[in-house]
Design a protein around this ligand. Structure first.
Ligand code: DP6
Length: 392
């Protein structure tokens, strides 16, 4: 049996606080605006991937949690082609290196979060795939360079190549060479940022982001205002709020940008609805909480679906999770290690008694308590059976 070469890396989930919505080039996944996100802790949400290659493999193949998936999609083909050509350049410049660039790849991935949670896992998936293949191919670890490849897999995936607070600079070049992720600040700069994800159950299949974006770009008048007037200023302000650890500003901009993104969805023709009644109730609860606190202590944001992500600082945890626990105490995902309900605090002015718990606690299926985290990490795990070349 010919040798199997392999390497393993992880990839994190990121949740945007300034949303990417709109492409100026669909094939290269070039966006119409800059965006910003927070990378989440991989102890709670991550993809672990072993990339392997061998002369004996017959085709490129992907397994996620034991199920097989095709790598013959235009986006995956492009990503693998880019990685192979970087390896080929290395092989040409250094004759000693084994010639593995044209070997077929077996990519084996595991997510540590339930697929049923309905969380977009493609960002973590592409980040883990690209960093594991980059390690296998011994490519230089310039993550901004690699982020351009991730971008072609899925736009938002480029931001998962970094930990902490990350920007995706849209760039201006037609070939996309300047459209890449950069780190605004690492996790340690502002380590007290927490996130609670409320997984909202919804039977309806959402409009996929790619086609939703296309429709918005084509039909929404409001969209032009968003990308030309709103986002450029907000991008500068949000970066500043992160560098200054100014949660008031960060929270305001995050909520406004979520609202702005869902407004251009509604302004698309026909309209796209990602928020449902449960999402709207969560928005109300967060607004009431902030009012009762007399300042912003929690910020909601929603992607292309009804799930809510609530950012807050550790110092306000007892109030933010205290309020969420009042309504969502029955959910899977609470753990005493992360939050002891005995510490729950409710502001005197929070109008708890006037809110019908029956109504407000409905429609959420799980809570994930997490925080700002690191970028991809190379590990010694081996997900491949080195005898068979298949998942262990
Ligand atoms: C609402 O990155 O999933 O989550 O580039 O077509 O793969 P493609 O889209 P995708 O879109 C994410 C949109 C968003 C906002 C964001 O993450 O910035």
């Amino acid at each position: 049996m010919p040798e199997i070469h392999y390497a393993t890396s992880t990839g994190p989930v990121n949740i945007a606080t300034l949303k990417y919505w709109g492409k100026r080039d669909k094939d290269l996944n070039l966006p119409t605006n800059n965006s910003i996100s927070v990378t989440l802790d991989q102890n709670d949400l991550k993809t672990l991937t072993t990339a392997s290659c061998s002369e004996s493999f017959k085709e490129d193949h992907l397994w996620i949690n034991g199920e097989t998936y095709s790598l013959e999609t235009p986006r995956s083909i492009q990503v693998l082609k880019d990685l192979r050509s970087l390896r080929e350049e290395l092989e040409i410049s250094n004759n000693e290196l084994p010639k593995i660039s044209q070997f077929k790849l077996h990519i084996i991935s595991e997510n540590n979060f339930p697929t049923a949670a309905g969380l977009a896992s493609s960002a973590a998936g592409f980040a883990a795939l690209i960093s594991s293949v980059a390690k296998l191919y011994k490519l230089p670890t310039d993550y901004s360079e690699l982020s351009k490849i991730a971008r072609k897999g899925s736009g938002s995936a480029c931001r998962s190549l970094f930990g902490g607070y990350v920007a995706w600079e849209m760039g201006n070049l037609e070939n996309g060479e300047d459209s890449k992720a950069i780190q605004i600040a690492d996790r340690k700069h502002w380590p007290t940022m927490k996130a609670a994800i409320l997984v909202v159950s919804d039977m309806k299949k959402d409009v996929p982001s790619t086609s939703g974006m296309q429709l918005t770009v084509k039909t929404s008048d409001l969209f032009q205002y968003r990308i030309n007037e709103v986002v450029p200023k907000r991008y500068i302000e949000m970066k500043e709020s992160i560098l200054n650890k100014n949660f008031q500003k960060f929270a305001e901009l995050t909520m406004k940008d979520s609202n702005s993104f869902h407004s251009v969805c509604l302004d698309s023709y026909p309209p796209i609805f990602y928020l449902n009644d449960t999402s709207k109730n969560i928005i109300k609860l967060i607004n009431l909480l902030n009012e009762a606190a007399g300042k912003l202590i929690a910020a909601y944001t929603f992607d292309a679906g009804p799930n809510a992500v609530i950012y807050y600082e550790e110092e306000n945890q007892d109030y933010v999770l205290g309020m969420l626990y009042k309504f969502f105490d029955k959910l899977d995902g609470w753990s005493n290690d992360k939050f002891n309900p005995a510490n729950a605090k409710i502001f005197d002015s929070f109008p708890l008694s006037s809110l019908d718990k029956e109504i407000y606690s409905q429609g959420v299926s799980r809570i994930i308590l997490t925080q700002v985290g690191e970028g991809p990490v190379e590990t010694d795990d081996v997900l491949i059976d080195l005898e068979t070349g298949l998942p262990k």
